[in-house]
Design a protein around this ligand. Sequence first.
Ligand code: SF4
Length: 322
Amino acid sequence: MNALEVEDLVMHFGPVRAVDGVTLRIREGSVVALVGESGSGKSTVGRCIVRLLEPTGGTVRLAGADITHLSRRQLRPHRRYVSIVFQDPAGSLDPRLSVGDIVGEPLRLMRRKGNVADALRRVGLRPEVAQRSPHELSGGQRQRVSIARALISEPRLLVADEPTSALDVSVQAAVLNLLADLQRDLGFACLFITHDLSAVEYLADEVAVMYLGQLVEQGPRARIFGTPAHPYTQALLSAAPVPDPVAQRQRKPVLLGDDLPSAIDPPDGCRFHTRCPVAVDRCRTVVPESRVIGSDGHQVACHLVEADGSGPDVRTSEGVAR
Ligand code: SF4
């Protein structure tokens, strides 16, 4: 059974085509990282999945149930299956409530039993923190509170939307490790949304790369990191920092030049063609279909990638076949 099935998801805000046909599945207990620059639409996908937004088109199924257009009331029984952790814990925690009330709120709303002290312990906080107010805590502690709140209803799917990017660099790794440990121990599926490919290398089972409202490549983590096929994925990877300082100095990030084009009037053909170092004429007019290029489910949408996965590598100066 899949924890999540998203089929041809579309989310337009008036003329802004934030999400334009995203298809994604997450197996029970597995972690899929959704990566892309800010403005690529990845957070909008997350908000559609937890139904903070009602999609313009397509379907969202949680544990097999179609929740795409359910009303607030109809959604209630499905709420316990999915939770979200936002980027900015300061903005997502009500400052008028105590930490204990914040963490316990989902239980009250769902009329379920649970233990706030245990939930706090699980995220590495002392139970006494329950009496405090969120503004008395550090950024890292506040994000732990958000995680405790998200997990207290024992969801089968957690959407983690840039959960560490608003935090001090010094605490990012600790929060990331905490999420990884909790995921392993509790076994929930996770959609991990991030702009930082290096953050997902040790966390994700699969990676889906989003560009301007669409997925351009997806597949098992080792495949995406080892032999990325799409020029955009290759460029993102070339810019991600690596731990080895010598290797880091020798890297030549692929410069993509101009900013992400507007989602109001996305480029014709391949949406990446205005920034792609290896674009050919066809890319400007013909939309590349997403094709499976490996028996492991590796998929890519690029005209220049062959059926066996060979194609350009923009990380080499010649941009020739791998
Ligand atoms: Fe580049 Fe063309 Fe492939 Fe798009 S389809 S990524 S523009 S080569």
